[in-house]
Design a binder for this molecule. Structure first.
Ligand code: ADP
Ligand code: MG
Length: 456
């Protein structure tokens, strides 16, 4: 029972410690038992246990004791098998935004917008190939000029910067066009206000409120999928604003056409505008983001030294989700300043053992072969079989190249998985693709596409 209760208590802790601390320190904890006044937790590393004990004991003790547990002390242990057990994280997802309780409409006040995160500005947004289009579109909209595409739809996986870009647009508009009425809210908040207006019989106020904005931004619109009356109201709001030539900006975790249980008319409305996606980050973008974060951290932790190669290592090893990347860096700086050591590879490995384990490449040679044969539309058996036709040989070499770069398999091991080929054949294939990438734009593009989908 304490485990179930802990899931609820975590939500309370999220509010007390803030999102960053929560993700870095509290979320990875697993409660084991409460016995004789001691609450025992599993933690991924000793360092984390120590850090949590020092910094968050009071908060944790407080929520436990105010929720029916009698606990005097916390205890942390590192279970041997933590790495393996931790990967499919069974923790419930915690809502990131608490619905804004401000009444809809009301006494004609300016609209109560959801709070904007001060960190999420264009200045702090690092642009790279995977997000350059989304960034350019966001910049354009943020100029606040004539509406050229409506709506702007930003979509992409979690932690790729959708919310950051939307807040950046809002900040920029506030600065450039202070007279404009800009409303940013999550789709969840939209629904919450709608339901509240229904309950309090204030639908007229609600409609008036949403129809009087100049720019409406709705984040995570996939949330209203399957919620019929909210969708209906959203649809009408949307149309009314488009008719008045007001800018609408929407984000979603996937392309509008792929959101199940989103009404067709809403989908087609969304697709009428400019739809741009944020691709999973690549190595260069991750490195750029880390470098810019380090500059910010060095203000808060003056004198901390960072050994060469650490950022490159993190950019190489940590997944595409920028939130995870930031969490890792936050923890690294906190740890280094705590123990007063330089941030070098040893310290990084110690401090981030669990993150690195979870991020370990799970891509297999078999998966690469499957994806590549699908991509080139050949049979898997021809990919690994003996035929030497160019139409099989080239995809085979691409797959070998990707296997070399995306897995930790050796050349002989890769050869064995390609129908028992020799390691020199694999080496030749890898080299051939390296050459072709320089001279043949199509191959370079194919390889990049495949790498992205495999790493996503
Ligand atoms: P999403 O809304 O797509 O799930 P967020 O916008 O919340 O993602 O971004 C997650 C975290 O990663 C935020 O702290 C954000 O500042 C950071 N982030 C994402 N992309 C970038 C980027 N290109 N440059 C700097 N920080 C980024
Ligand atoms: Mg978001």
């Amino acid at each position: 029972m304490i485990r179930e209760k802990w899931d609820d208590l975590r939500e309370t802790l999220l509010r007390t410690v803030g999102e960053n601390n929560f993700r870095t320190w509290i979320e990875p904890l697993r409660v084991v038992e409460v016995q004789d006044g001691i609450a025992l937790f599993d933690v991924p590393t000793n360092f984390m246990g120590n850090y949590v004990a020092r910094n968050f004991s009071d908060a944790i003790l407080h929520v436990l004791n105010t929720n029916g547990e009698s606990v005097q002390r916390l205890s942390f242990q590192v279970p041997a098998e933590f790495g393996e057990r931790r990967v499919p994280n069974p923790a419930p997802t915690v809502r990131r935004e608490v619905p804004n309780a401000a009444p809809a409409g009301g006494s004609g006040d300016a609209i109560q917008t959801a709070p904007l995160e001060p960190r999420f500005t264009f200045d702090s947004f690092v642009v790279g190939k995977p997000n350059e289009l989304a960034h350019a579109a966001a910049r354009r909209v943020a100029e606040g000029g004539a509406v050229t595409f409506n709506p702007l739809v930003l979509y992409g996986g979690v932690g790729l910067g959708k919310t950051h870009l939307m807040h950046a647009i809002a900040w920029e508009l506030k600065a450039r066009r202070p007279e404009m009425n800009v409303l940013y809210l999550s789709a969840e908040q939209f629904m919450y206000r709608f339901v509240q207006a229904l309950r309090e019989r204030k639908m007229m106020d609600f409609k008036h409120l949403f129809r009087s904005v100049d720019v409406l931004m709705v984040d995570d619109v996939q949330f209203i999928a399957g919620k019929e009356s909210t969708q209906e109201e959203f649809f009408h709001t949307f149309n009314a604003l488009v008719d008045q030539n007001k800018q609408i900006i929407i984000s979603a975790d996937r392309a509008p056409g792929e959101i199940k249980e989103l009404e067709d008319r809403v989908k087609s409305r969304l697709q009428c505008g400019l739809v741009v996606d944020l691709h999973p980050t690549d190595y260069e973008l991750r490195l750029g983001i880390l470098q810019s974060k380090v500059l910010q951290y060095q203000d808060s932790y003056p004198g901390l030294e960072l050994a060469p190669g650490v950022l490159e290592f993190l950019a190489q090893r940590i997944s595409t989700n920028v939130r995870v990347l930031e969490g890792a860096l936050t923890r690294l700086f906190a740890f280094a300043s705590l123990v007063g050591r330089e941030i070098d590879m040893d310290l990084t490995q110690d401090c981030l053992a669990d993150v690195l384990r979870a991020a370990e490449r799970k891509i297999t040679v078999e998966e690469i072969q499957r994806r590549v044969s699908e991509y080139y539309n050949i049979r898997l058996s021809d990919m690994v079989g003996p035929k030497r036709l160019r139409s099989f040989a080239r995809p085979r070499q691409v797959a070998m190249y990707l296997a070399k770069h995306l897995t930790s398999r050796s050349l002989p091991e890769i050869g064995r998985r390609f129908g028992g080929r020799d390691h020199t054949t694999v080496m030749h294939g890898v080299r051939r693709i390296e050459e072709l990438k320089q001279t043949d734009g199509q191959i370079a593009e194919d390889v990049e596409m495949l790498r992205r989908t495999l790493e996503a």
